[in-house]
Design a protein around this ligand. Sequence first.
Ligand code: PNS
Length: 178
Amino acid sequence: MTLVSPPKSSTGEQKGWERVPRVVCPGSFDPVTNGHLDIIARAAGVYDEVVVAVLINVTKQSLFTVDERVEMLQQVTGQYANVTIDRFHGLLVDFCAANGISAVVKGLRAVSDFEYEMQMAQMNYRMAKVETMFMTANPDYSFLSSSLVKEIARYGGDVSGLVPDLVLGRLRERLAEK
Ligand code: PNS
């Protein structure tokens, strides 16, 4: 592996990361939607290795357990040989450091996402010089979120086409139990 030195003309501060082409797509994924999947698939087309990391957040109530979310992600990303699924708690930058990851890939759906995402990106860079690469959401999914999917499904609305079929089945099962 080659260590890259900053170009002589560079005025920007650079960390001199090894250019390990491994990135992380972090999130709650409660549950994974077609919008998430679109970003994961596109990231897998650009980077050598994509780690999808599910946040373990004990303070937030979720519809699916972390194990269930990880398992669903494994199933729906099974066709991408360079995608792996993991979980983390605590700071994302610590997960990155522990796994040799120098960049985060995030999807941006709308301007409303931008402010918070930029804040996190700048903070992650400030804390550990972890970069964030933004991908614009596929317009077919730019209105989509896990929360909306859950709300619509909870009230009997149709979310087919918005989540993978496997997730659709799991959503129906879980909501029927309630
Ligand atoms: O799918 P979400 O819930 O929008 O994902 C948010 C996530 C998990 C990417 C973000 O909350 C996160 O990175 N959490 C880990 C804790 C952390 O590092 N916080 C400081 C961010 S600057």
